[in-house]
Design a protein around this ligand. Structure first.
Ligand code: HEC
Ligand code: HEC
Ligand code: HEC
Ligand code: HEC
Ligand code: HEC
Length: 275
């Protein structure tokens, strides 16, 4: 049974790496020879992106057939969708980020799409997409079209909760290193984190403030469980320390007994010698 499982896992890994090769395939094979944004620059940015790390390839976004080494790889018949027009970017990215696209469309930014409003690529880039953090809200990037005022308010409304999330991530990692099973808590925190980051796309300061109380409550629940685990770990350490102390005392006592015994034996021997 174990062997079958190992075999299945191995086959799956071989299949996955094969699939990965096929996805990289001709798109990168050919584009690597093209200059700048058409090729090497975009590929380098993508290789360093969160998408690359999660198996999102050229073909995942642009479509096409990565098994063909000719320009035919990019024919619409092969599912190639090419480069989106500015107004189509949210739907292009929203195929996978459904919730974000929804919040975005309902926002002041989404309403201004095509009329000076930012779309996904404006803030995240296309090939260089990195993990999203609150650092994306900064005076340089958010005052290109309007003053930083409301953007800054949005950031302060989110900041405290963001700090709670980052702290909890760190604490869970520590517990995990001490051998506590943290999968379930990590899953809950990850889902909360994503929902919270989604909220940003509403760019609605009042809404963020209203929803924040609810997020804090749920983060508080996770914090309680973390504290509970920590207390347990502390107790385990205390018990461990107690055992060590007992062992020490026992060994000192034993040493003392042994010495007494040897002394008595010595006395007995001397007495015997004298007789
Ligand atoms: C045989 C070489 C070759 C292969 C294979 C290839 N491309 Fe291209 N691709 C090109 C060239 C050359 C251009 C520039 C064409 C132009 O400017 O008209 C291009 C353009 C593009 C563009 C920009 C289109 C635009 O409208 O600006 C995208 C996106 C793209 N390719 C993605 C892909 C993907 C995804 C694959 C794999 C499924 C792929 N390519 C496979 C050579 C290739
Ligand atoms: C996460 C989705 C995504 C992935 C993955 C992706 N692209 Fe793109 N690509 C885009 C978007 C969006 C644009 C349009 C950029 C814009 O509007 O500024 C684009 C534009 C392009 C262009 C036109 C030149 C430019 O930069 O505007 C080429 C060529 C291209 N991509 C090739 C590739 C190749 C080759 C890969 C694989 C290494 C790839 N793309 C991976 C989303 C993606
Ligand atoms: C084929 C599906 C797919 C497409 C299309 C796609 N993404 Fe992603 N994206 C993913 C996956 C998978 C991840 C990594 C897992 C995660 O964090 O959700 C990711 C992660 C991200 C992250 C980081 C999220 C985080 O947790 O911090 C951002 C930002 C992002 N994508 C933006 C974009 C943008 C902008 C576009 C369009 C140019 C786009 N994505 C298109 C699948 C996709
Ligand atoms: C005005 C700039 C801006 C625009 C436009 C924008 N984003 Fe974001 N996005 C952000 C910021 C800032 C965060 C991080 C928020 C935080 O850390 O609390 C973020 C977070 C994310 C995340 C992570 C949330 C999660 O679920 O893990 C994804 C994915 C994402 N954006 C995708 C997109 C997509 C897709 C679009 C287009 C429909 C888009 N963004 C439009 C600024 C923007
Ligand atoms: C490409 C231009 C552009 C960029 C970049 C941009 N915005 Fe906006 N923003 C707009 C437009 C257009 C509106 C709607 C009209 C207005 O309220 O000024 C808007 C409105 C807003 C509002 C008011 C929403 C409301 O309901 O009152 C906030 C808050 C906001 N943006 C935050 C941000 C943040 C945060 C960033 C940086 C991550 C950012 N913006 C970057 C164009 C932009």
């Amino acid at each position: 049974m174990k062997h079958l499982l190992a075999l299945a896992v191995t086959l799956w890994l071989v299949f996955l790496s094969g699939a990965a090769m096929a996805d990289e395939g001709s798109c990168i094979g050919c584009h690597a020879g093209l200059p700048g944004k058409q090729g090497e620059e975009s590929i380098a940015q993508w290789r360093d992106s969160i998408h690359h790390r999660h198996g999102v390839f050229c073909v995942s976004c642009h479509g096409g057939d990565p098994t063909l080494m000719t320009m035919e790889a990019m024919s619409p018949e092969r599912g190639f969708v090419g480069v989106p027009e500015e107004g189509d970017v949210p739907a292009f990215c929203g195929r996978c980020h459904v919730g974000v696209e929804e919040d975005y469309h309902n926002s002041a930014h989404g309403q201004a799409l095509g009329a000076g409003g930012p779309e996904c690529v404006t803030c995240h880039g296309s090939h260089a997409v990195q993990i999203a953090t609150i650092e994306l809200i900064n005076p340089q990037d958010c005052s290109r079209c309007h003053d930083y005022g409301r953007a800054g308010e949005l950031r302060s409304a989110m900041e405290q909760t963001e700090i709670m999330i980052v702290d909890l991530e760190g604490e869970l990692e520590k517990l995990h290193r001490h051998g506590v099973a943290t999968d379930v808590l990590e899953g809950r925190l990850f889902a909360l984190r994503n929902d919270f980051h989604r909220l940003l796309h509403s760019v609605d300061v009042d809404k963020v403030r209203r929803r924040t109380a609810d997020f804090r409550l749920k983060l508080g629940d996770i914090q309680n469980e973390v504290d509970h685990h920590r207390a347990e770990l502390g107790q385990r350490k205390l018990i461990g320390a107690g055992v060590v102390v007992l062992l020490l005392i026992a060994s000192v006592l034993f040493g003392q007994l042994y010495r007494n015994y040897r002394e008595q034996e010595e006395h007995a021997r001397r007495r015997k010698n004298r007789n």
